[in-house]
Design a protein around this ligand. Structure first.
Ligand SMILES: Cc1cc2nc3c(=O)[nH]c(=O)nc-3n(C[C@H](O)[C@H](O)[C@H](O)COP(=O)(O)OP(=O)(O)OC[C@H]3O[C@@H](n4cnc5c(N)ncnc54)[C@H](O)[C@@H]3O)c2cc1C
Length: 318
């Protein structure tokens, strides 16, 4: 069981403002572990790494998709499922509307504690002024953390140099408890990242055409959303389960287009709802207008009065 604690550090005092117990809902895992497990399930040679897609077009006589990579190589594909994240080239090919950005970003990192940490299974958020630092243990030795700075850093170096990013993050949280300062100071520099938060508008998800011939998208390429509910990656995994199940029934050679249409039909309203709740939460966090805040809160209460209802969802078995 996980529990979440929210601690306010404003006015120099440490005050617990919320404590939630979860029987399920939160699982923290390292992305590399997930990729390694998925990779190991394929026969050797099936997966190729290091090919960066440059463009996709349909071959005029056969109408098969042709993928061109930046090293100059190309593939004529039977089927393409674009899972290349929020800046997807495949999504552009499907004529989806461009993704948008929140005026917010997030700094993330992993910190190793060789002798173990003492944070148990507790997700802790520390709030001070407009800055939130979250701490999520992955196992007894590894901790994932995030920090949401106010606004978007203008200094180019912060985006390009992880050491500069670390120093500027330490500067932001210099008044935080020593354990938080040490966590960020000792973070694995390779794991450090700064991300400008991006989303596909919920109304574009409602109306978007997610298939052209035998080409579709899944994961963030389809429905990139802010991290405010922590559901983007989970929704991508749900996509994978639903798509695999449908493809297994339809078969790769027959009825691919119908299979993709069924996948899109089964996923659309789930990702519209998740994205809408995320969008309203993100807008609430990023506006300074009191009136807008009230409107976003009203909409959230009206549409998502149980704010954890998104966890009560089963995409079915593989
Ligand atoms: C700050 C932050 C916190 C988050 N927290 C959570 C959370 O708590 N829980 C949760 O479920 N989700 C969370 N998410 C969302 C989650 O990270 C994403 O939804 C998830 O990573 C999407 O997976 P994906 O495989 O679809 O895309 P990505 O993870 O973006 O992977 C895309 C892959 O495609 C590759 N690629 C990109 N372009 C090309 C190209 N042209 N050619 C070839 N390959 C390419 C990339 O290198 C990458 O390997 C968070 C996101 C952010 C930004």
């Amino acid at each position: 069981m996980y529990r979440e604690r929210i601690i306010s550090l404003d006015e120099g005092k440490q005050k617990e403002i919320s404590l939630i117990h979860w029987d399920d809902g939160t699982r923290c895992l390292r992305r590399k572990d997930l990729i390694d497990i998925l990779y190991a399930a394929f026969p050797p040679g099936t997966v190729k790494f290091g090919y960066q897609l440059e463009s996709i077009k349909l071959d005029p006589p056969s109408t098969k998709p042709v993928l061109r990579f930046i090293d100059g190589s190309s593939i004529v594909a039977k089927v393409v499922i674009g899972c290349e994240g929020g800046k997807s080239i495949i999504a552009n090919f499907l004529n989806l509307k461009p993704t948008k950005t929140f005026p917010l970003c997030s700094i993330r990192g992993l910190t190793n504690y060789p002798n173990g940490h003492s944070y148990g299974h507790e997700v802790t958020r520390f709030k001070k002024d407009d800055i939130v630092v979250g701490r999520v243990p992955i196992n007894d030795n590894l901790v994932y953390w995030f920090c949401s700075p106010p606004g978007i850093p203008k200094d180019e170096k912060v985006w390009k140099d992880n050491e500069v990013l670390r120093q500027s993050t330490l500067e932001l949280i210099r008044d935080y408890p020593q354990e938080i300062y040490e966590m960020i100071k000792n973070t694995d520099i390779q794991s450090l990242s700064l991300t400008h938060l991006r989303y596909r508008a919920p109304w574009d998800l409602l109306t978007g055409t997610f298939r052209k011939g035998t080409v579709t998208v899944a994961g963030d390429a389809m429905h990139v959303m802010g991290p405010f509910l922590g559901q983007g990656g989970s929704a991508g995994l749900e996509d994978a389960v639903v798509l695999a199940r449908i493809m297994a029934i339809s078969g790769l050679n027959n009825a691919v287009e119908e299979a993709f249409d069924l996948f899109i039909k089964q996923r659309r309203m789930r990702v519209v709802r998740l994205s809408l709740q995320t969008y309203l939460t993100g807008m609430l966090l990023s506006t300074s207008s009191r009136l807008k805040k009230i409107i976003y809160i009203m909409l959230l209460i009206l549409l998502f009065h149980n704010r954890n209802s998104h966890l009560d969802y089963d995409c079915g078995d593989l």
